[in-house]
Structure formats: structure tokens, C-alpha cells
Design a binder for this molecule. Structure first.
Ligand SMILES: [Zn+2]
Ligand SMILES: [Zn+2]
Length: 152
């Protein structure tokens, strides 16, 4: 984790930003909760534990900056809440999500399954793809095995 924060620090420096203690606390929270999809308020509450003097506006600005630098992606799963999701290092595309319609769990697929789809889009529509977001809606394995699925 140490080296990852160092690399994020370099990314910030490369864009002429400093990794201030407030920014560092925000990045650490994102790294520690990498599996989660935290809203700005969620991040703020966790950052406050490390840096009690920090304000929501500062956390919010940091998240916007990290989004701009493509260190995180801002996503919305249709509930109207913006969530912040760390992008895998060196990934040119955003990871895919599986959302369970029964329990609400969000899982991630880090492998990119859309390479061929992008080729079709490029050749058939003359469109150069830079990124994509893919969210699958369905029933997760644990809901299936606990039989929740049959109730609906
Ligand atoms: Zn994610
Ligand atoms: Zn489920």
C-alpha cells in the first residue's frame, strides 16, 4: 500500500499538485476500502477519523481532482448517489460491475471483456473508444444458493 500511495503522489506531482495531508488521508481511505463503492459522504466520515479537522468540501474537491486525474472513477449505480471507485493501476478501461438485484451487493470484474465489442464499434460505427462502463444487473451466487431468487 505504501508504494501505491507513492505512485499516486507522483501522479499528482506530474499534474503539479501536492499530496497534502488531507489529500493523503482521502487517498488512504480509498485504498483501504478499495472493494467498496463509497459516496463522498462515506469517504468524508472515514477521512474524519484520520484527520478530524478536514471538511466535507475539501474531501469533495480532492475526489474531484482524483477523478480528473483518472486515479478514481465517479460512478452512479442508478440510485442517484455518486460513488468513487479506484481505477486499477495502468488500466485503460474502467472495470465492470455486477449488481445483485436481491441483496444489492456490488462485485467487480477486473478483466476487460469488451475488447471485441470495442473493435466492432470502431469498425462499424467509425467511433474511437476511449473507455466504457459496464454494469450487469442480476442475482449473485450467494443469493442463488440461499434460494432468494425463487421468492421473486
Ligand atoms: Zn468498482
Ligand atoms: Zn445477492
Amino acid at each position: 500500500m505504501e508504494s501505491r500511495i507513492e505512485r499516486i503522489k507522483k501522479q499528482l506531482h506530474g499534474a503539479s499538485y501536492k499530496l497534502t495531508p488531507q489529500r493523503e488521508a482521502t487517498v488512504l481511505v480509498l485504498l483501504e476500502n478499495e472493494e467498496d463503492h463509497l459516496s463522498a459522504e462515506d469517504v468524508f466520515l472515514l477521512v474524519k477519523e484520520k484527520a478530524p479537522e478536514i471538511g466535507l468540501a475539501t474531501v469533495y474537491r480532492t475526489l474531484e481532482l482524483l477523478t480528473e486525474l483518472k486515479i478514481v472513477d465517479k460512478i452512479n449505480f442508478g440510485d442517484g448517489v455518486s460513488r468513487y471507485d479506484l481505477r486499477q493501476e495502468g488500466a485503460s478501461r474502467f472495470h465492470h460491475h455486477l449488481i445483485c438485484i436481491e441483496c444489492g451487493k456490488v462485485a467487480e470484474i477486473q478483466e476487460d471483456l469488451l475488447g471485441d465489442v470495442e473493435k466492432i464499434v470502431e469498425s462499424r460505427y467509425g467511433f474511437t473508444v476511449k473507455d466504457h462502463w459496464l454494469t450487469f444487473h442480476g442475482v449473485c451466487q450467494s443469493c442463488k444458493s440461499s434460494g432468494n431468487e425463487s421468492k421473486k
